[in-house]
Design a protein around this ligand. Structure first.
Ligand code: SF4
Length: 404
């Protein structure tokens, strides 16, 4: 039985389904949706399918029947993040500045860093999350390609995460020139309700394909949904770019899974990348303290705030009741992650830089990774919120309102 409980404690979230229904009914709106990597292995549970079932095709079919004008894959946005974040990492490795580089695609982690470890803000990748990269591209690149006025585009995302609602509302995440790059964010549970309200059953639907040009992703983009996936996806591209050689085995298992994983990627000729993956803010705090004390030293670190497998166990995902729910959920996270790694294996392209639609995006629109246009649209700045947090902790009334 699925119930509405948030395992990350973000309990006071609003339900945004009504806004989506209204947009779908509005004949003047061109409504597009992006689905995050982890949704394809979890939404089936809301329709009594086996945990970890890979239901990408049925998910797309349901969204088309709901009336979305275009159904896109947020994994394409993840591939673009790999290109941007990977080039940023290569630049930092060359200059030796602002290392280690931290991933920035988890809004829970970004906010934690802004509040409690603002000394590390320059170490965060300036690249936005896949949701926001995608949102920005929908209202610029896609609008241009399709010949649609971006003012008429209503952009929806489905995410495993309640923190993504907050992320989409941050002013520094909106650069397309419109009010918002992502107009509404739905959680997996909200989308499940929407599909049921339309009288559809995911189980019985035929498999359908995402639309183009933002519906094809490499396997690297797909594994973003599991802990270790962002690090592995980025290192696949960085390795091939830095060595000029193809990886014989793209599966970098040394950075998958567990609460803290460390791995070294050997680039040959004496060069290496020291990587770490950590999930849960308690584990992140320990690691950051060790880095500050000089006990640990890395080049690249992935942090995901959700302690149970990253986004596959996010606060917007189906959860379970009953005395054994924690044991059950522990097993479920593993099965969900297995579903994503299976989807990666089924992909023709396993690295972001070989995705033909990503190449087309750079050729026809962005120019080059981490270039001027990318920096305008796909990169951001973070806010030092430490003063506010300290003031609040010590009961001082005065606070930095702009930083809240
Ligand atoms: Fe959201 Fe959790 Fe994924 Fe972070 S790890 S993006 S908080 S679901």
């Amino acid at each position: 039985q699925c119930i509405l409980v948030c395992p990350t404690g973000a309990l006071h979230t609003k339900n945004d389904k009504q806004q989506v229904w209204e947009a779908l009914k509005d004949p003047d709106k061109h409504v597009v949706i992006q689905t995050a990597p982890a949704i394809r292995v979890t939404i089936g549970e809301i329709f009594d399918m086996d945990v970890g079932s890979l239901v990408t095709g049925q998910l797309v079919a349901a969204l088309k029947r709901l009336g979305f004008d275009k159904v896109f894959d947020d994994c394409f946005g993840a591939d673009v993040v790999v290109m941007e974040e990977g080039h940023e990492l290569m630049e930092r490795l060359e200059s030796g500045k602002d290392l280690p580089q931290f991933t920035s695609c988890c809004p829970g982690w970004v906010k934690f860093c802004e509040n409690f470890y603002s000394d590390f803000l320059d170490n965060l990748s300036s690249c936005k999350s896949p949701q926001q990269v995608f949102g920005s591209l929908v209202k610029t690149y896609y609008a241009e390609q399709a010949g649609i006025d971006p003012e008429n585009i209503f952009s929806v995302s489905v995410m495993p995460c309640v923190a993504k609602k907050y992320e989409a509302s941050r002013p520094e995440m909106n650069d397309s020139g419109q009010d918002r790059d992502v107009d509404v964010n739905l959680t997996t549970r909200e989308l499940g309700e929407l599909i049921k309200e339309a009288g559809l059953d995911l189980k019985t639907l035929p498999e359908e394909e995402y639309d183009h040009p933002m519906g094809y992703a490499s396997g690297a983009g797909v594994i973003f949904g599991s802990t270790g996936g962002v690090c592995e996806a980025t290192l696949r591209t960085v390795y091939e770019k830095m060595t000029g050689e193809e990886l014989e085995d793209v599966e970098l298992e040394q950075v998958r899974g567990k609460e803290l994983k460390e791995g070294i990627v050997d680039l040959g000729d004496g060069r290496e990348i020291r990587a770490a993956v950590v999930r849960g803010t308690g584990n992140a705090r320990k690691l950051l303290d060790q880095i500050q004390s000089g006990e640990k030293d890395y080049d690249f670190i992935e942090v995901m705030a959700c302690p149970n497998g990253g986004c596959v166990g996010g606060g917007g995902q189906p959860v379970y009741s009953g005395y054994d729910r924690w044991t059950k959920m522990g097993e479920h996270y593993v099965k969900r992650a297995e579903g994503l790694f299976k989807a990666d294996q089924q992909k023709e392209h396993r690295t972001a830089h070989t995705n033909p639609y990503v190449k087309k995006l750079y050729d026809e629109f962005l120019g080059k990774p981490h270039g001027d246009k990318s920096q305008d649209l796909l990169h951001t700045k973070y806010v030092n919120r430490k003063k506010y947090t300290r003031d609040r902790l010590y009961g001082v009334k005065e606070c930095n309102e702009e930083a809240i």
